[in-house]
Write a protein that binds this ligand. Structure first.
Ligand SMILES: Nc1nc2c(ncn2[C@@H]2O[C@H](COP(=O)(O)OP(=O)(O)OP(=O)(O)O)[C@@H](O)[C@H]2O)c(=O)[nH]1
Length: 357
């Protein structure tokens, strides 16, 4: 990267938050609010199948997908290369936004921006926002370390999904979050009533510099070694099952793993919704997140599948492009995922009578 770029350094926003907290939903609002400012978005997803990029609503938004790994560990080296490559076309965008995976440690992703001078010259980390699911966060804090790390490193904690909890719950939650991170600005909102974007944009990280480094991350000074480490190899398994056509990709990150499925035969939508709901109810403690698009019989549109814990939402997306053979893509993220059971359950929901054209 060239030197003396400080004046033109691109502002960077990191959006973190546990699986399904509402990062992509917030990102869509953020981009809409910043109309006229050209964002470049880095979408990092755990599974082989990138789903989030397809859920970005602003047309023509520049989205780069980094899938099948986590920027905070296995893809950390890729981030450096990407930032380098991106700088060469820096006249094409005004700001950089990174949406992390739901289990990323944002401190590791932010570190290069804060302590690596070559990057700091070109990119200025303006804010890290942690999206918190008002309803699920107690469970997530109890069950995982990742949710706590994300809150600890945030400049701004945005309590999301306030529509799903009672008002009284929010004051207790705010106190809990303040105990975890006393330095963050705590805000709240939800997708229906909106987010306090003006306050978020007014936040100036420089006012807080030096105060918010948790253990494991360091301030601007004192580093004389490269921050980006070579990636440890992800543990990848690949199976193929000719009768149902799913592709499995599994890798482990901390104790959380993901399973991706691709099916080229349509689902029976009623059976799918019913079976998945039952499965989630039984497995709610293990399955943190399901997301994807499915091809359902007789539906000209993609069917969007979203679940956080055992809350399942099935909605209609855009039409399948006529030139594209529809395919269902589903990602399951959780602990001790039973791949055989999941595959069997999904295979049972396929439309058995479908005949390939
Ligand atoms: N009730 C309610 N649901 C919400 C709100 N925000 C997001 N959701 C829903 O929560 C689900 C997950 O939202 P996403 O924005 O995809 O969450 P995410 O954090 O990007 O998910 P991952 O990238 O998989 O970690 C979707 O079904 C959203 O529609 C909200 O404020 N209220």
């Amino acid at each position: 990267m060239d030197n003396n770029r400080y004046e033109t350094a691109k502002p960077v926003t990191i959006i973190s938050g546990f699986l399904g907290a509402g990062k992509t939903t917030f990102l869509n609002e953020y981009i809409t609010y910043r109309k006229g400012i050209r964002p470049f978005i880095i979408e990092n997803e755990l599974g082989e199948e990138g789903i989030d990029a397809g859920l970005i609503v602003a047309p023509g938004t520049d989205v780069f997908e980094l899938n099948n790994g986590c920027l905070c560990c296995s893809l950390n080296e890729d981030l450096f290369d990407l930032l380098d490559a991106l700088w060469k076309r820096n006249d094409e965008f005004d700001e950089l936004i990174i949406e992390t995976t739901g289990i990323a440690d944002p401190a590791t992703i932010a570190q290069p921006f804060l302590v690596y001078p070559e990057i700091e010259e070109c990119y200025k980390l303006e804010r890290t926002i942690c999206i918190v699911d008002a309803q699920q966060i107690d469970f997530q804090l109890e069950e995982t370390e990742e949710a706590r790390k994300q809150i600890t490193f945030a400049d701004i904690i945005l309590i999301n999904k306030c529509d799903t909890v009672r008002k009284g719950h929010l004051s207790g939650l705010e106190e809990l979050l303040r105990n975890i991170n006393p330095f963050a600005v705590i805000l709240s909102g939800d997708k229906e009533s909106g987010y306090p974007l003006e306050k978020i944009m007014a936040f100036n990280r420089d006012d807080f510099d030096g105060k918010i480094f948790p253990s494991g991350a360091t301030g601007k000074d004192g580093h004389d070694h490269p921050i980006l480490h070579p990636a440890p190899h992800a543990d990848v398994e690949n199976h193929s099952h000719p009768d149902t056509h799913p592709n499995h990709e599994e890798f482990h990150h901390h104790s959380i793993s993901s399973l991706s499925f691709v099916f080229d035969r349509p689902f029976n939508l009623d059976r799918f919704g019913h079976r998945l709901m039952m499965f989630l109810n039984i497995q709610a403690k293990n399955i943190y997140r399901v997301k994807g698009f499915i091809w359902a019989n007789d539906e000209p549109q993609k069917v969007i599948v979203q679940s956080v814990s055992n809350m399942l939402a099935i909605t209609m997306g855009e039409r399948w492009p006529p030139e594209e053979m529809p395919k269902s893509r589903l990602v399951f993220i959780g602990k001790d995922l039973a791949s055989r059971g999941l595959e069997k359950m999904l295979a049972q929901c396929l439309d058995k009578d479908f005949i390939y054209p």
